[in-house]
Design a protein around this ligand. Structure first.
Ligand code: IPE
Ligand code: IPE
Ligand code: MG
Length: 244
């Protein structure tokens, strides 16, 4: 099933993806979980390229959560190695498509090699302007919100901010994702229908799209299907249809 590209009007500005189902994909093939992660890393490229082709301006990928640190050491180590090798391998894809890379999360917890590779790719792509790709790594939305609250509280304490002036915009400016608008379309693969501590503030009015497809099987046509589905929805933001 190959579909035409969705009509270019009404392409979501910010797409976020919870890339889930690598372990189950591997299990189905009788393979070790880590093989699923390897295959999952390969599925990332098509999503990145298709989003760039469609004119999505911001793509955020949930690659590793705060809670994922609790997985067996072998799995965590493999995921960190895969991160480093994928960053090395995908730099040309980012350059060829004029995509800048960013990362959000408690990045200081990543192994030194991963931090270094990440910084190199971020630096090398920082002037690319067609699309902004953000990896959520060692990311938890509650941890992000705790850091927002701490930063705002210390500004108030130091007399640099009035409590009355704390509003949506002030909170937005303190988020790890302050350089991006809110999410328009959130996709989760693998059939799970939960948020798992991802972008809680930023998805307040996102359209949610769940698919049974496991992440390693997620291809261009699945992404296009999700965007068609998004385009059929009426985003009312609390208003009535007639007001739109
Ligand atoms: C998503 O796949 C990748 C990460 C969370 C790093 P999973 O590893 O969660 O796969 P399942 O959910 O066990 O199938
Ligand atoms: C969410 O998937 C995190 C990522 C995709 C990186 P999980 O597989 O960790 O989420 P839960 O545990 O099923 O909620
Ligand atoms: Mg999972």
């Amino acid at each position: 099933m190959t579909k035409d590209l969705p009509k270019l009007k009404n392409i979501p500005t910010h797409v976020a993806v919870i890339m889930d189902g690598n372990g189950r994909w591997a299990k189905k093939q009788g393979l070790m979980r880590v093989r699923g992660h390897e295959k999952g890393a390969k599925a990332v490229r098509q999503t990145v390229e298709t989003c760039a082709e469609l004119g999505v301006k911001y793509l955020t990928l949930y690659a590793f959560s705060t809670e994922n640190w609790k997985r067996p050491k072998l799995e965590v180590d493999t995921l960190m190695k895969l991160l480093v090798s994928s960053l090395k391998k995908e730099l040309p894809t980012l350059q060829n498509n004029n995509i800048s890379l960013k990362a959000v999360g408690a990045l200081e917890l990543l192994p030194a090699t991963a931090q270094k590779e990440l910084q190199e790719v971020i630096q090398a792509t920082k002037d690319n302007s067609h699309m902004s790709l953000t990896l959520a790594l060692s990311y938890g939305s509650r941890e992000e919100l705790i850091s927002v609250i701490k930063n705002i509280a210390s500004q108030v304490k130091d007399g640099n901010l009035e409590i009355e002036d704390i509003d949506n915009e002030v909170i937005h400016q303190h988020l790890y994702t302050s350089f991006m608008p809110d999410v328009d379309l959130l996709i989760r693969t693998s059939g799970e229908q939960r948020i798992s501590n991802f972008l809680l503030w930023q998805i307040a009015y996102a359209e949610l799209y769940f698919t049974e497809v496991l992440w390693p099987d997620f291809r261009k046509e699945h992404l296009i299907e999700a965007i068609y589905n998004y385009q059929d929805r009426e985003r009312r933001f609390g208003k009535t249809s007639e007001q739109l």
